[in-house]
Design a protein around this ligand. Structure first.
Ligand SMILES: Nc1ncnc2c1ncn2[C@@H]1O[C@H](COP(=O)(O)OP(=O)(O)O)[C@@H](O)[C@H]1O
Ligand SMILES: [Mg+2]
Length: 299
């Protein structure tokens, strides 16, 4: 079992559902588990049917040991994360630098780049804190995830160059960045450590979804992450496909499933389409049972 599990895939394929079911599974097993989402349009609160937000929130009625809850959730709010990040960078300079210098630094920290960095920074904090047995990351749709993961690689280079040039960066003053470089390097190492981190690609049994998954998995390979697993979600059960329309759909799904097995050499899990939405703890427990009962390794 990995300590960090990342879910990625296009919008609507079932990332949040699979990530939540996975988190529930580990909490029920007695592991202290955190599920974090970096999706600005997170719906974790809807799925767990309780308020969450930009703070670590215990989830009721899942795993409990000695009356302490085992499952926690947090929805990273990019604006909040940016505020926290800015303060962390600027804070130490407040006492020792003139106001106009502080203002300049603050201004440099208001670009889109800072927002991206801030969410990732928050996310690395979780990876380094060691407070949980398992951390499940429910990420934003694919492109964004890869971007997020490329960041530490980019960053390290960026910081190195700025240090050489003696300049400022949109990450903040170079002085403040040097220690961060070590941090991002450690995070990159963790992401590439296949013992510690697993990337799970969620896809539908559809051709376009397969292409997307292939692209995403290749993209990850380019930044040195080769492992990972696939969840094929939303498979029609054969017995409900007697009508021509569904029969066709079934056949086309099966074709894609075979093709996926042929072209992607990663362990796979298979998830049937359900007749109800997977919403609420009880439904998710059910999904978790189906998910963890069925793993077909190809390695
Ligand atoms: N196997 C399934 N059977 C039925 N509904 C599903 C299944 N997997 C996901 N869903 C539903 O599909 C919708 C999208 O799922 P979600 O997990 O939110 O996707 P994502 O996070 O990738 O955007 C939700 O309404 C969810 O309940
Ligand atoms: Mg989602």
């Amino acid at each position: 079992m990995s300590q960090y599990i990342f879910f990625s895939g296009k919008g609507g394929v079932g990332k949040t559902t699979m990530a939540s079911a996975t988190a529930i599974h580990y909490a029920i097993e007695g592991k202290k588990t955190l599920i974090v989402t970096t999706d600005p349009a997170s719906n974790l609160a809807d799925v767990f049917e309780q308020e969450i937000g930009h703070k670590i929130t215990p989830i009721n009625n899942v795993g409990v040991i000695h009356e302490s809850p085992l499952l926690f959730a947090m929805e990273i709010n990019p604006d909040e994360a940016t505020k926290e990040y800015k303060e962390r960078i600027v804070g130490p300079f407040r006492e020792i630098m003139p106001e106009d210098v502080i203002a300049t630094i603050e201004e440099q920290l208001s670009g889109a780049c800072t927002t991206e960095v801030a969410s990732f920074d928050r996310f690395i904090d979780f990876m380094e804190a060691d407070d949980y047995d398992v951390i499940v990351f429910d990420t934003a749709p694919t492109g964004h995830t890869i971007r997020l993961l490329e960041l530490p690689v980019d960053w390290s280079k960026h910081i190195e160059e700025s240090v050489k040039g003696g300049g400022q960066t949109c990450l903040g003053p170079v002085q403040a960045m040097q220690e961060s470089k070590d941090k991002y390097d450690r995070a990159t190492a963790l992401l590439r450590d296949t013992e510690k981190t697993t990337f799970i690609f969620v896809m539908r049994p559809e051709e376009l979804s397969l292409y997307e998954t292939l692209r995403a998995s290749r993209e990850l390979e380019t930044i040195g992450i080769k492992s990972g697993e696939i969840i094929i979600n939303g498979i029609l059960p054969e017995e409900v496909c007697e009508v021509e329309f569904f029969r066709k759909k079934y056949e086309s799904q099966q074709k894609v499933i075979k093709e996926t097995e042929r072209v992607i050499q990663k362990p796979k899990r298979y998830m049937f389409l359900r007749d109800t939405e997977a919403k609420g703890i009880e439904a998710l427990k059910d999904v978790a049972e189906e998910l963890f009962g069925k793993v077909k390794s190809q390695e």
